[in-house]
Write a protein that binds this ligand. Structure first.
Ligand code: NAI
Length: 332
């Protein structure tokens, strides 16, 4: 039996890196059949919008998608298709597992943590106005319901992945209501998981402690803006955005994607690194319960990175997308 997966190839380097990922998944025997839909610039070309309804319909039907980066067109009045996708499908959890990989230059070894970001509220509400000329007010939205929902998702994730601790990050000293509601919801949900350690730490101390010793962290739970920043900080601990996978997950729909952008400066040159999208594909296999396929690809990635002979330019090598992809397939 094959699963139908919605494929958004993306803009810029998107088709190159998703194409490489699809080839590798196929070589590993992933039971997947792709349903390609036009988003981003292709969406504008075909339907006049970067996020046509066919994309949302396909994802609602298939429940699972693999996505390349999408351009947010400047001017022209389009809003970000990435934000539109999260809002349109209520993909309330931003999932970013951060793990050290062999052969990647990074400040630490043995990093293994997960950043969970609440995707729908916080300072990304988009509600802001100029109250008097030159004075802007922006709303930070924080509902107890959204806090509970992501906290439960986080503890369930911890339980299902053998994680021992969930840390909620906050600034209750300056935002006692907005952040207080998030932290209160967290501890209320934590009571249902007495076998997982629950702790609250301030965002500033988390930033410093993570830079000094990432081994103290397991699963981190953060509101939207805090999660956006800390997830990139965490990626920096293991070599940057090019080597970490990501996913946006809702109640029953999950979209897997790298966190880097369309890299217009190198698009079409055949030198883009497909690793982040590939790792997102591995995450997708695990989400589908295809652990054997995920393990095989992971092993192939580790082998190729350890040998260091077929690395792309951003990782210090001179291989192109094709050479790196073929090296992984050879290992498989
Ligand atoms: P970017 O991530 O596209 O590029 C930043 C730098 O990293 C560039 O030098 C680029 O060449 C390099 N880079 C990125 N991915 C790479 C890869 N796989 N292999 C090798 N090098 C890579 O960020 P930028 O320039 O800020 O954004 C470009 C476009 O991407 C914008 O239109 C932006 O809206 C969009 N974007 C989309 C995202 C998404 O769909 N999730 C996320 C971030 C940006």
């Amino acid at each position: 039996m094959k699963y139908r997966v919605t494929l958004l190839e993306g803009d810029g380097i998107g088709p190159e890196v998703t194409g490489a990922t699809c080839r590798i998944l196929e070589a590993a025997g992933a039971p997947v059949e792709w349903e390609k839909v036009p988003a981003g610039l292709k969406g504008i070309e075909e339907y006049g919008t970067p996020l046509p309804e066919v994309v949302l319909t396909s994802l609602r039907r298939n429940k699972i998608g693999l996505k390349g980066p999408l351009t947010t067109p400047k001017g022209g009045g389009y809003s970000s298709p990435n934000v539109g996708l999260r809002k349109g499908l209520d993909l309330f959890t931003g999932l970013r597992p951060v793990q050290s990989l062999p052969g990647i230059k990074s400040p630490y070894k043995g990093v293994d943590l997960v950043v969970l970001r609440e995707n729908t509220q916080g300072l990304y509400s988009g509600i802001e106005h100029e109250v008097t000329p030159g004075t802007i007010v922006t709303m930070k939205v924080s509902s107890r319901e959204a806090g509970e929902r992501i906290a439960r998702w986080g503890f369930e994730y911890a339980r299902n992945h053998g994680r021992r601790k969930v840390t909620v990050c906050h600034k209750t000293s300056v935002l006692p209501l907005a952040d207080g509601a998030f932290v209160d919801a967290f501890f209320e949900v934590a009571e249902d998981y007495p076998f997982i350690q629950a702790e609250a730490r301030t965002l500033d101390s988390v930033s410093m402690d993570m830079a000094q010793d990432p081994s103290d962290f397991d699963v981190l739970l953060l509101q939207n803006l805090y999660g956006d920043i800390i997830s990139d900080l965490a990626a920096g601990l293991v070599g940057g955005l090019g080597v970490v996978p990501g996913a946006n997950v809702g109640r029953n729909i999950a979209v897997f994607e790298a966190v880097h952008g369309t890299a217009p400066d190198i698009a079409g040159k055949g030198i883009a690194n497909p690793l982040a999208v590939l790792l997102s594909g591995v995450l997708m296999m695990r989400h589908m319960g295809e652990h054997k396929v995920a393990d095989a690809i992971n092993q192939a990635i580790h082998d190729v990175l350890s040998e260091g002979r077929h690395l792309t330019g951003d990782l210090g090598g001179s291989a192109g997308t094709e050479e790196f992809t073929s090296a992984i397939i050879d290992k498989l």
